[in-house]
Design a protein around this ligand. Structure first.
Ligand SMILES: N[C@@H](CCC(=O)N[C@@H](CS)C(=O)NCC(=O)O)C(=O)O
Length: 197
C-alpha cells in the first residue's frame, strides 16, 4: 500500500493518476503545500511526497518513474533508446511547460506579495503557447511516445489541465484534442472525481 501526501489540486494529481492506471492501492493524505503534514516528511514543504517501502520519495516525476519501473508499466524499460527518448520528452515538458506555469503561479500567489511581478504573465502565456506548438509538432499520437500510454502523457496532460485552471488560453487544436482524449481515461476521471468531492 502506498501513501500519497498532497492535495489532488496539485502535482500530486500525477501520482494519483499513475497509481490508478497501475491499479495499485493507496491512501491519500490531501495535505496542502507547506502544511504540517507535508513538512513532517518533506522539509521543503512541497507536494507531492509518497511513502513506499517505509521511505519517503519526493518530486512527482521521481515518484512516477519509481512506480513505472517497479510495476513495469507506463514506461519504456530503463537502459533502452525508447526510454532515453521518453525521458527527454518528459524533461522537456518540465522545462518548457511546467516551469512556465510554475513561474506564473509564483507571481500570482506563491511568492511574498512584494516579490511578485504580475506584468510577467502575458509574456509567460505567450511562451507557453509557443513551446506547446513546438511540442505538438513532435507528437504523432495517439500518445506522446506513439502507440503506448506512458508517464510522459501524465505529465503533459497535467500541464494542459493546469494551464486551463491558470487561465492560460491554449489554442493548439491538436493539443486540445489530445487533452480531451487523455481526460476521458477512466483512471484520470477517478482522480478528477476526488477534486470535485
Ligand atoms: N518538481 C516538484 C515541484 C513540487 C512543487 O513545487 N509543488 C507545489 C505544489 S504543485 C508546492 O508544493 N509548492 C509549495 C512551495 O513551493 O512552497 C514536483 O514535481 O513534485
Amino acid at each position: 500500500m502506498y501513501t500519497v501526501i498532497g492535495t489532488p489540486m496539485s502535482r500530486s494529481f500525477r501520482v494519483l493518476w499513475a497509481l490508478e492506471e497501475l491499479g495499485q492501492p493507496y491512501e491519500l493524505t490531501p495535505a496542502l503545500p507547506q502544511s504540517p503534514e507535508i513538512r513532517e516528511v518533506n522539509a521543503s514543504g512541497k507536494v507531492p511526497a509518497m511513502i513506499a517501502e517505509g521511505e519517503v520519495i519526493t518530486d512527482s516525476t521521481a515518484i512516477l518513474t519509481y512506480l513505472a519501473d517497479k510495476h513495469g508499466k507506463l514506461t519504456a524499460p530503463a537502459g533502452t533508446m525508447a526510454r532515453a527518448h521518453q525521458d527527454a520528452m518528459t524533461q522537456r515538458f518540465l522545462d518548457e511547460l511546467d516551469a512556465v506555469l510554475w513561474t506564473a503561479a509564483r507571481h500570482s500567489f506563491a511568492l511574498p506579495k512584494e516579490q511578485r511581478v504580475p506584468e510577467v504573465k502575458p509574456s509567460l502565456k505567450w511562451e507557453f503557447n509557443r513551446n506547446l506548438d513546438q511540442i505538438a509538432a513532435l507528437i504523432k499520437g495517439p500518445y506522446v511516445m506513439g502507440e503506448a500510454f506512458s508517464l510522459a502523457d501524465i505529465v503533459l496532460t497535467h500541464c494542459l489541465n493546469w494551464a486551463y485552471g491558470a487561465k492560460f488560453p491554449v489554442e493548439n487544436q491538436a493539443m486540445l484534442a489530445y487533452g480531451k482524449s487523455m481526460r476521458a481515461r477512466p483512471a484520470h476521471q477517478r482522480v478528477a472525481a476526488l477534486i470535485k468531492k
